[in-house]
Design a protein around this ligand. Sequence first.
Ligand SMILES: NC(=O)c1ccc[n+]([C@@H]2O[C@H](COP(=O)([O-])OP(=O)(O)OC[C@H]3O[C@@H](n4cnc5c(N)ncnc54)[C@H](O)[C@@H]3O)[C@@H](O)[C@H]2O)c1
Length: 440
Amino acid sequence: MNISVFGLGYVGCVSAACFAEMGHKVIGVDVKSSKVKMINKGISPIVEKDIDVLIKRQVDEGNLSATQNTTKAIRDSDVIFICVGTPSNSNGSIDFSYVDRVCGQIGRALKYKKSYTSVVLRSTVLPGIPEKIAIARLEENSGKKAGKDFGFALNPEFLRESTSVYDFYHPPKTVIGELDEKTADILEKMYRPIDDKIFRIGIGEASMIKYSDNAFHAIKVAFANEIGRICKEYNIDSRKVMQVFTSDVKLNLSPYYLKPGFAFGGSCLPKDLRAITHEAKQKDIAVPLLDAAMESNMEHIHHALDMVQKNGRKRIGVLGLSFKGGTDDLRESPIVNMVEQLIGKGYKIRIYDKNVSMARLIGSNKDYIKRYIPHIAKLMSDSVQDVLDHSDVVIVGNQAREHEAILGDLKNGHKIIDLTGLDNANNGNLKEVDYEGICW
Ligand SMILES: NC(=O)c1ccc[n+]([C@@H]2O[C@H](COP(=O)([O-])OP(=O)(O)OC[C@H]3O[C@@H](n4cnc5c(N)ncnc54)[C@H](O)[C@@H]3O)[C@@H](O)[C@H]2O)c1
């Protein structure tokens, strides 16, 4: 392919050199003449392992060059990668002016170009920016339509500085935020030799993946350091703790606990989180991340309550009362918390939970209900039909198997508020009824 790369910083230099090494013809473009001159002399403008050798070789072989002539670079390219900076403003917002400006330049050159050209945004951009800034400027300045007259894709970059050449050839994943099939096909073909994990998804999802990645990586570092500070206080070897912790790929380093859904609860997570944060406070160890987990959980319950309140209707049916399907344990169930708040606000509630059915309960759980939540026990019914007949709004509180079947039978007129992701289990069929998911 004939490629141009706009922006010769870390991402642009590595992409340009590595694409050239893969056999493409690459023109780098930068507003800084010094960077352009360096590339043309075969010298790397950035300090990165292995990049000097790559740039020198590809410039010598005539596969890589650089220019400040935007129009010429665009005229000679099938694919244009945008790798300009998106720096932070002092208030934390992002300065997208470089993306804005470069898309204006590219748009003006596309106006006169006859052959189909794909513009690929590789810079890190927030959801909405590809459409509101990149595509908007390209269309305004070219007088052409994205997806029809020229191609567009968002292709976030996951390389790490200091190992970026290695990361380019061994990416953790390849993400293509797709607008037109043709551009996504071209990108898939370009990346196939270095990655078989290629995700073609929507542009919004692609931009959010990059932010989810980096937010999670930041949280991982902060988490390990907070655990480390607590360990040090007890003279415990934190590195040993985290070594064993990370060896658990079933619950710790795995998709488990990473599905958007309802708040956590039950007899362990809240109790143990409170215990360790309380202990840290006693020892004057600041653990703001661990503290924030509880606060975030409460916010999530408020968010679910808001969804019910915004709906306005007062007759509520709740399917599932325990903190997760398949158990009758009600201790610290977030749905119990939610039901109590709804009762306080005057909602009329009926509840169905096969596992918590009073008729079946024995032992400690029966005692728990009688002692702590007798007012909720009164609202429980053993008949699903009774609960559905009573309700305008049906809240799915946990992911018990039987709820899938019940929801399949719901009629028009019911509003479903799903805290669990049952629409996935129903292959999206629930979208036909008045359905709202808590995070989707
Ligand atoms: N650095 C990383 O490790 C990394 C990793 C993944 C993603 N990213 C993202 O990639 C993007 C680029 O990051 P970077 O670190 O390479 O940025 P950088 O600041 O090092 O380089 C950006 C380059 O773009 C040039 N430029 C600006 N406007 C231009 C224009 N109109 N035409 C041509 N060139 C122009 C600048 O002169 C500069 O050389 C950012 O969105 C960043 O968040 C960076």
